[in-house]
Design a protein. Structure first.
Length: 133
């Protein structure tokens, strides 16, 4: 039982971390939304918001699949079934690959979010500097 609860807590914490990070990135985009929807940034911003939503949905879906996978592990442990073991191994490989892909996508979207907001922040600083002169 203890072997089951540790991975469950760990995976739930990891998924929650990414969901919180995505919320932060969305808040950051919302804060600078007026400036990000000007000129050439509007298309990049809309695409970034859509991709963040898709990423969030993928993490939610992965969380559910991890829960199912851990439940199957518990059944495997109790039943010692060769068929369940094969399915579990396939699920594990799939989930490991999917989480790695989501983490890479998250890093790329985070970098893009920071780049876009940095453009706006630099233009704000320039505006303040010019206004103060």
């Amino acid at each position: 039982r203890d072997l089951h609860s540790f991975p469950t807590r760990r995976s739930s914490d990891l998924i929650q971390f990414f969901k919180d990070e995505i919320k932060f990135l969305n808040r950051l985009l919302d804060r600078y939304y007026i400036w990000l929807t000007k000129d050439k940034l509007v298309n990049q911003t809309a695409l970034l918001k859509r991709n963040l939503k898709l990423l969030e949905n993928n993490f939610i879906d992965s969380d559910l699949k991890i829960e199912r996978h851990l439940h199957n592990l518990e059944k495997l442990y109790q039943n010692n079934s060769a068929q369940l073991e094969k399915e579990d191994r396939e699920d594990h490989i799939y989930l490991e690959s999917k989480i790695a892909t989501l983490v890479k996508l998250f890093k790329d979207l985070k970098k893009e979010t920071f780049s876009l907001t940095e453009i706006v922040m630099r233009s704000e600083e320039t505006y303040r500097y010019v206004s103060a002169s």
